[in-house]
Ligand binder design. Structure first.
Ligand SMILES: C[S@@+](CC[C@H](N)C(=O)[O-])C[C@H]1O[C@@H](n2cnc3c(N)ncnc32)[C@H](O)[C@@H]1O
Length: 467
């Protein structure tokens, strides 16, 4: 790749009303799917669809308004344009395909707390307020671009609270998540299992009048769990097995244990969500007793479970298989050339302490965090050594992604442009430099502005690397 081409062109805000559309992106192959360019004053739909454009037959969601979204919309469309029925089921950005409402239109109507338009927090994404979540809609479009289907595997080696796995499972492709924090493995597993909840049975069996004693059970359990504190072993254990072990060996006996495992798990997640709300809102005008948060969340979770159940039945959707593994992204428990795509977001440098963020959760479950800190990307080491170790670990994790990808497969990495000690870390640029050294044949970075939200984080990069 020539020197000149090595520079990454960036995206600017797209103005639908016309004038300031700017060119975006580059790729090694001039005609590659990544190198679409927007022309001035182009009608986004005719640009997106080319010859297939027929007015009224296709519509984007009204909140698709940035260049990176249009690019991703085009990329997912190019992947599936030969199968419009599949496209209607899978698209993230189109509201109408061939004159009919897309599945995402109905899916994003199953609303969750903190939802913005059609982008995030729909379905069970909003269960548990995990701070480092990425947006489901964007992830869905990336999985579509990768073209993963059926038995193909999509991997997230930094799975966090399971966004990638939820989207993969909704579009009908298998997925594996690896996450080092056992509490988050549990959260992901429960959010995924919740997509299959038999809502009519759930609501018949768990009734509002039982809630006070369910709350008391979880509240009293904390002391009991803490008598049985456990140190994690990063041994590639399945999250489902961790949950089974927790219920068998850590939680006290009671009527709650008679509920089916998935329902017990859901009640646990509702409690953990309440605990997080309680911890973060303490001392603010939104503060409430823990018990109240539990009741409010139970009510809201129930609405989502109902919505998921009814929507999936209507659309005849069954979530595809997923596995959540307590493991280390630097030593993936997967064989070489086994996954079709990686969609992930590693810790954004050393800026966020992912353990402190969810310490209430880890403490409640009686999990010792010392070992965890020694293995977490971005948390290892002290002072200046910390950033060096982060860089080393980030590179190692990308080498691992390369190893497990099939030839032609894509690793797509979402990474924030964080400032550490007053300096931009610019790891996106580093990743683009490493890409050919590791063996990737095509690589490209898309800049995604972050509007509102984290004031310190103005941009994220979506980095595409092809094996
Ligand atoms: C930015 S978050 C990912 C969030 C995720 N995309 C979501 O939507 O919930 C990064 C995650 O990487 C995890 N992590 C850190 N070091 C790890 C390692 N060595 N192996 C696996 N996961 C790790 C952290 O616990 C954290 O959950």
């Amino acid at each position: 790749m020539g020197k000149e081409n090595d520079k990454i062109e960036m995206v600017s805000l797209f103005d639908f009303t016309g004038v300031s559309l700017s060119g975006v992106g580059r790729s090694k192959k001039p005609n590659s799917v990544l190198s679409f360019r927007l022309e001035k004053k182009v009608d986004p739909l005719s640009w997106l669809l080319g010859d297939d454009y027929r007015k009224g037959e296709f519509e984007l969601f009204e909140d698709v308004g940035q260049i990176y979204e249009l690019q991703l919309a085009k990329m997912e469309y190019e992947s599936f344009k030969s199968n419009m029925e599949a496209f209607r089921k899978r698209t993230a950005y189109f509201k109408v395909v061939n004159g009919e409402k897309s599945y995402h239109y109905f899916i994003s109507k199953v609303k969750g707390k903190g939802q913005i338009g059609h982008t995030n927090q729909y379905l069970t994404h909003w269960f548990y307020p995990y701070k480092g979540k990425f947006h489901g809609q964007m992830i869905k479009s990336i999985i579509n671009f990768i073209g993963a289907e059926g038995d193909d595997i999509i991997l997230d080696p930094f799975a966090g609270s399971g966004t990638t796995l939820i989207e993969a499972s909704v579009v009908g492709t298998r997925s594996v998540g690896v996450e080092i924090n056992p509490a988050l493995c549990i959260v992901s597993q429960i959010k995924l299992d919740a997509l299959k909840t038999d809502y009519p049975e759930f609501t018949k069996s768990i009734v509002v009048k039982d809630l006070p004693r369910i709350f008391k059970y979880f509240s009293d359990a904390e002391a009991y769990l803490n008598e049985r504190r456990w140190e994690i072993k990063i041994n590639n254990q399945n999250a489902r097995d961790i949950l089974i072990e927790l219920w068998e060996n850590h939680f006290p006996n009671s009527f709650v244990k008679e509920y089916p495992l998935e329902w017990r798990n859901l009640l646990l997640l509702i409690y953990l969500h309440a605990l997080s709300d309680y911890t973060y809102l303490k001392g603010t005008s939104k503060s409430r007793p823990l018990e109240e948060f539990f009741y409010i969340n139970f009510n809201e979770y129930s609405k989502t479970l109902k919505g998921v159940y009814e929507t999936f039945r209507e659309l005849k959707m069954t979530p595809k298989e997923y596995v959540v593994i307590l493991g280390n992204a630097l030593r993936l428990p997967l064989s070489d050339n086994s996954v079709k795509g990686v969609v992930t977001s590693p810790p954004y440098s050393i800026a966020l302490d992912y353990i402190s963020n969810d310490i209430h959760l880890l403490n409640y479950l009686g999990i010792d965090t010392k070992k965890l800190r020694e293995e977490m990307v971005g948390l290892r080491g002290k002072k200046t050594e910390k950033l060096k170790l982060y860089e080393q670990d980030l590179r190692k994790s990308i080498e691992e992604m390369y190893r497990v990808l099939i030839k032609g497969g894509w690793a797509v990495i979402v990474l924030g442009d964080v400032v550490v000690n007053g300096k931009r870390t610019d790891f996106c640029k580093k990743i683009i430099e490493w890409a050919p050294q590791i063996g990737f044949v095509d690589y490209y970075a898309m800049k995604r502005p972050i509007l509102g939200g984290f004031a310190k984080l103005r941009y994220e990069y979506v980095i595409f690397l092809q094996k």
